[in-house]
Design a protein around this ligand. Structure first.
Ligand SMILES: *[C@@H]1O[C@H](CO)[C@@H](O)[C@H](O)[C@H]1NC(C)=O
Ligand SMILES: *[C@@H]1O[C@H](CO)[C@@H](O)[C@H](O)[C@H]1NC(C)=O
Ligand SMILES: *[C@@H]1O[C@H](CO)[C@@H](O)[C@H](O)[C@H]1NC(C)=O
Ligand SMILES: *[C@@H]1O[C@H](CO)[C@@H](O)[C@H](O)[C@H]1NC(C)=O
Ligand SMILES: *[C@@H]1O[C@H](CO)[C@@H](O)[C@H](O)[C@H]1NC(C)=O
Ligand SMILES: *[C@@H]1O[C@H](CO)[C@@H](O)[C@H](O)[C@H]1NC(C)=O
Ligand SMILES: *[C@@H]1O[C@H](CO)[C@@H](O)[C@H](O)[C@H]1NC(C)=O
Ligand SMILES: *[C@@H]1O[C@H](CO)[C@@H](O)[C@H](O)[C@H]1NC(C)=O
Ligand SMILES: *[C@@H]1O[C@H](CO)[C@@H](O)[C@H](O)[C@H]1NC(C)=O
Ligand SMILES: *[C@@H]1O[C@H](CO)[C@@H](O)[C@H](O)[C@H]1NC(C)=O
Length: 747
């Protein structure tokens, strides 16, 4: 992250530097960065002369950088008549022009003596300059050609050559310099002096008609691309571009820094160039200018140059030395040096709105009512956008577009739709309320009845997790799992929209209180099989394993056909153990909690199996997990159940209806399964898969000889469906239990 930022910064610095060059090049800028020493000429012809170079007495650092300007021709050159075409401070390079060595013959095979076949370049040993070995190559061109390239590096001498032949032009390949009409050789590092010589074997006599010359030259690689035309046209080119490296002195930074003549100026750093002696300077990040001048590096005003990333709608860019920061505009508050500011919601804002409204009234009188409405609408849209962004909307959109098929069922609702659906979050629509938020019942425009969950707290740090969970949950498609229909991120806290499950929670039926729908043994078996199937699906079949964690009968809902639907399973794999503990204790689902998990804080899939075992026991005994009617020691249903099984008095505690309807062996099978689920050692518990299969098996066995009865049960269910359940018992209709963690945790 930091690296990437640094890189960006570097790019910016470079861009601005180029910008500065361009601006001062056209002479348009008022305050161009200083290039040369004060009162020194900073250009000669088209070439800018930045310090340490100079063309007048007192303007250059030392004799190495003493340049001459021929004012009549506008040519800059060193004392050794090397013409300079560009000086780069950042790269520590000079573009120069370097002669081409030619050897040409006339029609009768005689050497043209007025053309130089011998060229050399000399940089004094120990001077600031070397021939750049990374940017230049030695090239010879011709069809009857050999060439020599000799010279000295700073501590050695060398001798190289290359030869190139071709008997007819069609053999020559444009862009390829590998022996046919063209050859090239890399040059050694530290090159200080070289000579170029071009020769021919047979005076080009056989091929004179199309190639009378041999050429040898050192050239800037990216400015030379061989083509057949070069065999003719190079004759007219006296010189080609070449690159020199330069540096200050002959010591590395570490040693040079203590010298009195160290030149790097304020807000700059020193660095050692590769493969060459001496040091160079560069401006620190956030500064640009000429680092070789005392006050050359100037702070970049990112704000006025539009290099900042502040959100123009809500933030103000503030330049600071070496950087910038974003602060919130008036009327907005938030993370100052971060990226987000949001509209202030406080009294003064309310007053503002009130003032705005009265002003609007005045304007209305004046006939300007319409425009105030537009302004308000815009502000609302902006507000929605801010919420949407902060709630991770962009992240979700990205996720939704990158996932396949079934995620597209998840809808991004806009806040208006949900306001309409819940009658502006009318208190009459509240199904439940708790520490975590409020649950409303609503009706969508298409007539679907839904549940809208509004959370109380949002932690921006958990947004990514939140969005990931929304994506995972929306991929779940199981008939025994409450479906997430969509969400709305345009409001201050995200809203989640679920399918509405009308018949309350399993816990309301467990102890047979509900006379309208008694839980028969068949139905109990079906419900536990459905629940086990759903958990098996969540554990293993869903694309990412999901561990519901907070399994209990109040989290099992019953739909219009009294089918089980699992809710609130998102208590988030991401939540920390401590939080789970805390909330489970506070919200009293202690009776469902795996004691091993409680002790070790290690959550495993077997912890879910334990909680499921508790539900099995509840349905067998017909009592809730925590009961005040049992004695203190056996307050935990699980303990009570296990004790009874071990003391062989299971049939004393079994629910009377179960006892009446169930076959003894069926009941024993289920009780055994429950006991295995409730084993204190998680490893000995069966997996959810085994549990689901056993229950399915038990159902099949029980169903087979009793088809008739099943049919009746079906009838019964149908009948119940038409009862005006909703109207008669509105208070028992808490669809999603609120006093537990919300489906998706914001903590
Ligand atoms: C700089 O170059 C000019 C012209 O080549 C020469 O007259 C002058 O003496 C040089 N100065 C130094 C300090 O080398
Ligand atoms: C000089 O070199 C810089 C890059 O180093 C380039 O942007 C600029 O255009 C060059 N100027 C001329 C006159 O070639
Ligand atoms: C340098 O410039 C001078 C004056 O314009 C010119 O005569 C000479 O040929 C140039 N040298 C090179 C290598 O281009
Ligand atoms: C090549 O040219 C040189 C000088 O003009 C001459 O002495 C020599 O004989 C020529 N060689 C051939 C093979 O033509
Ligand atoms: C080429 O240069 C070398 C070294 O300076 C010299 O010895 C030789 O005589 C020159 N040759 C010609 C043909 O000028
Ligand atoms: C020349 O100097 C370079 C470093 O400046 C060194 O790596 C190289 O070994 C030297 N070569 C010889 C032949 O001394
Ligand atoms: C050089 O020229 C050849 C042929 O014209 C072309 O295909 C190639 O892309 C060129 N290469 C560069 C680096 O410009
Ligand atoms: C570096 O830049 C800051 C702000 O631009 C300036 O206040 C400070 O004096 C500079 N430091 C030096 C050593 O020039
Ligand atoms: C140039 O420097 C780099 C890095 O310091 C090194 O890896 C490389 O071998 C050097 N090349 C030569 C030719 O010395
Ligand atoms: C934001 O950052 C700037 C520069 O880093 C600093 O001067 C300023 O005090 C910071 N503001 C806040 C509110 O943290």
């Amino acid at each position: 992250m930091v690296g990437a930022m640094g890189f960006q910064y570097l790019m910016l610095v470079q861009l601005t530097w180029v910008g500065v060059l361009l601006i001062s090049g056209t002479g348009a800028a008022g305050v161009a960065a200083q290039l040369a020493r004060p009162n020194c000429p900073d250009r000669c012809g088209d070439v800018e002369i930045p310090f340490p170079f100079g063309i007048a007495e007192g303007c250059y650092l030392n004799g190495n950088f003493n340049l001459s300007c021929d004012h009549s021709s506008g040519v800059v050159h060193t004392g050794r008549n090397i013409n300079i075409t560009n000086i780069s401070i950042e790269e520590g390079q000079l573009d120069i022009s370097m002669y081409v060595a030619h050897q040409c013959f006339d029609e009768s095979g005689f050497l043209q003596t007025n053309i130089k076949s011998n060229r050399s370049l000399s940089l004094t040993a120990g001077s600031a300059f070397t021939v750049s070995y990374t940017q230049n190559v030695f090239v010879a061109v011709g069809c009857d050609t050999y060439s020599y390239f000799n010279g000295f590096t700073s501590n050695d001498s060398f001798s190289m050559g290359c030869l190139s032949r071709c008997t007819n032009i069609p053999g020559v390949v444009d862009g390829s310099c590998s022996g046919l009409g063209c050859c090239k050789v890399e040059i050694p590092p530290g090159l200080k002096y070289f000579t170029l010589e071009a020769f021919s074997f047979g005076n080009h006599s056989e091929i004179w008609s199309f190639n009378p010359c041999s050429y040898a030259f050192v050239v800037k690689q990216d400015q030379f691309n061989f083509s057949a035309d070069d065999l003719y046209t190079l004759k007219d080119k006296e010189a080609l571009p070449m690159v020199l490296d330069w540096a200050i002195g002959d010591e590395i930074c570490e040693n040079a820094q203590s010298n009195s003549n160290f030149v790097c100026g304020g807000n700059s750093t020193c660095y050692d160039p590769e493969n060459s002696s001496g040091y160079r300077c560069k401006c620190k990040l956030g500064y640009d200018g000429n680092p070789y001048l005392r006050d050359g590096c100037q702070d970049i005003d990112e704000c006025s140059k539009n290099l900042d990333n502040c959100d123009k709608e809500t933030q103000l860019c503030n330049n600071s030395p070496g950087g910038f920061y974003c602060s919130c505009l008036e009327g907005y508050e938030g993370d100052y040096n971060g990226t987000s500011c949001h509209a202030k919601v406080n009294k003064s804002n309310v007053i503002n709105i009130a003032l705005g409204i009265s002003f609007g009234l005045l304007v209305l009188l004046a006939g300007g009512w319409w425009s105030s409405k537009v302004v308000k609408k815009r502000r609302m849209i902006r507000q929605k956008n801010i919420f949407f962004k902060r709630n991770g909307g962009l992240l979700l959109q990205q996720q939704l577009s990158s996932h396949e098929a079934n995620v597209e069922n998840t809808k991004l609702f806009n806040s208006k739709d949900l306001e309409k659906a819940t009658d502006h979050f009318n208190v009459n629509r509240i199904l439940g309320q708790g520490g975590q938020g409020t649950v409303y019942k609503g009706m969508l425009a298409d007539g679907r009845i839904v549940v809208v969950k509004k959370s109380k707290v949002v932690d921006e740090g958990k947004l990514k997790e939140f969005i990931n969970e929304v994506v995972i949950l929306s991929q779940i498609n199981h008939r025994n799992v409450v479906k997430l229909i969509g969400c709305c991120l345009e409001t201050e806290v995200p809203l989640l929209v679920y399918e509405y499950v009308p018949n309350g929670t399993l816990s309301q039926y467990v102890n047979g209180q509900n006379e309208e729908f008694p839980l028969t043994w068949d139905i109990r078996l079906r419900i536990v099989a459905e629940i086990a199937g759903a958990f098996f699906y969540l554990h293993s079949v869903a694309s990412i394993p999901i561990y519901p964690r907070d399994i209990k009968s109040t989290n099992i809902l019953l739909d219009d056909k009294y089918r089980a639907k699992v809710a609130d399973f998102g208590t988030s794999r991401s939540i920390t153990i401590d939080q789970t503990h805390l909330t489970t204790l506070v919200h009293g689902t202690f009776g469902h909690l795996d004691p091993e998990y409680f002790q070790s804080s290690q959550f495993t899939e077997k912890s879910d199996v334990y909680s499921f075992g508790v539900i099995l026991a509840e349905l067998l005994i017909g009592e809730k997990a925590i009961s005040s009617t049992r004695t203190q020691e056996s307050k935990s249903l699980a303990t009570y159940f296990i004790q009874s099984v071990e003391e062989n008095n299971l049939f004393d505690i079994i629910d009377s209806q179960v006892l009446k309807e169930g076959k003894k062996e069926e009941i024993i099978a289920v009780a055994k399964l429950a006991k295995r689920c409730l084993d204190l050692n998680g490893k000995k518990r069966p997996t959810m898969r085994e549990v689901a299969m056993e229950l399915e098996k038990a159902r099949m066995l029980q169903k087979a000889p009793k088809l008739q009865q099943n049919y009746e049960e079906h009838e019964y269910v149908q009948e119940v469906v038409y009862k005006p359940w909703e109207a008669s018992t509105p208070s028992t209709m808490s669809t999603l239990s609120i006093d537990t963690q919300p489906l998706v945790s914001f903590q």
